[in-house]
Design a protein around this ligand. Structure first.
Ligand SMILES: NC(=O)c1ccc[n+]([C@@H]2O[C@H](COP(=O)([O-])OP(=O)(O)OC[C@H]3O[C@@H](n4cnc5c(N)ncnc54)[C@H](OP(=O)(O)O)[C@@H]3O)[C@@H](O)[C@H]2O)c1
Length: 290
């Protein structure tokens, strides 16, 4: 397996372009196992969140791995009840304790809700204080007015916007809106949350045969060449290995173009925006208690 690629964020920090997402990895112990497995294979980027209930497992795996801290890029996210000036600063200090880390590589605002502008001011302070190396946002493709408001109030522009992105949803509008700020797209649901219809598209089967890869590997390779940061989730050691093995081949420009034709602006995450805040709030107590 060849080495994975790195990209530079808008503040000069380098991030491994590929990482392990741990959403829905059940509990700290399973997360610890998945992260250890990934780190052994060469993964150096882990994406978690307070709302995934497994930051402690990520922290334990990093400690156990013996890999120098500076070689691993850790991202976590804050839930909206943790947003606000003064509140967010403390919430990140709590996050550092759960992860057993002195600093976090990147913290994201998980959703464009509540006092995200106040939260952003605290993230800027945390960044200046060196407790967080890069700061970013997530799911702001749901409301461009909120994105504008954040950008207008920012003194540090988001390093990434983590959003649903896959060959059925290339996030072109978001990409265009963020280009002036050099904010990168970090793709969640990169293989459509495991959707067979996407994975089994004939173009991926054809290219998988040509390159002696799996359909999922072709999709992940597409993300890399498209310029996305990509964080597929798996707790299955076979998939963890397979997903990382995408750095020894290259799709041609024509193949990239052909895949682009699948874009249908389709979302798998379909919570209606009017109900968004109510639904997100229903998780508050459980998250606060983790
Ligand atoms: N910011 C946000 O609001 C947000 C929302 C969703 C996700 N995320 C982040 O993005 C990450 C990825 O998203 P996701 O986990 O929802 O979706 P995903 O990575 O597109 O798909 C994960 C699903 O695909 C399966 N899978 C993984 N590798 C496979 C392979 N090689 N062959 C066949 N199936 C495979 C996994 O099952 P196995 O475990 O069995 O392999 C799992 O069911 C998350 O873990 C999280 O870090 C962020």
């Amino acid at each position: 397996m060849t080495q994975q690629t790195y990209v530079e964020l808008n503040n000069g920090v380098k991030i491994p372009q590929f990482g392990l997402g741990v959403f829905l990895v059940d509990g700290d112990d399973n997360t610890e196992n998945a992260v250890i497995e990934a780190l052994k294979l060469g993964y150096r980027h882990i994406d978690t969140a307070h709302a995934y209930f497994n930051e402690r497992g990520v922290g334990k795996a990093i400690k156990k791995s013996g890999i120098p801290r500076e070689e691993i890029f850790v991202t976590s996210k804050l839930w909206p009840f943790e947003f606000g000036e003064g509140i967010t600063y403390k919430a990140v200090e709590e996050m550092l304790k759960r992860l057993q880390l002195e600093y976090i590589d990147m913290v994201l605002l998980h959703h464009p809700m509540k006092d995200y502008v106040g939260a952003w001011k605290d993230l800027e302070k945390l960044n200046r204080d060196g407790k967080v190396k890069a700061i970013g946002i997530s799911n702001f493709d749901k409301d461009f007015e909120r994105l504008d408001k954040l950008l207008k109030n920012a003194t540090i522009y988001p390093a990434v916007c983590q959003s649903e992105c896959h060959p059925y949803q290339t996030q072109q509008k978001l990409r265009d809106a963020l280009a002036p700020y050099k904010t990168l797209i970090e793709a969640y649901y990169p293989i459509g949350h495991g959707d067979k219809t996407l994975i089994d598209e004939s173009i991926f089967t054809k290219l998988a045969q040509k390159y002696n890869k799996t359909n999922v590997q072709i999709i992940l390779r597409w993300h890399i060449q498209y310029g996305n940061i990509v964080i597929p989730k798996s707790s299955n050691p076979i998939h963890i290995k397979e997903n990382y093995d995408i750095f020894d081949f290259e799709l041609t420009p024509e193949e990239m173009e052909e895949i682009k034709k699948l874009d249908a602006a389709k979302y798998y995450f379909l919570v209606p925006f009017e109900k968004y805040e109510e639904i997100m709030d229903s998780y508050n107590e459980k998250i606060a208690n983790y």
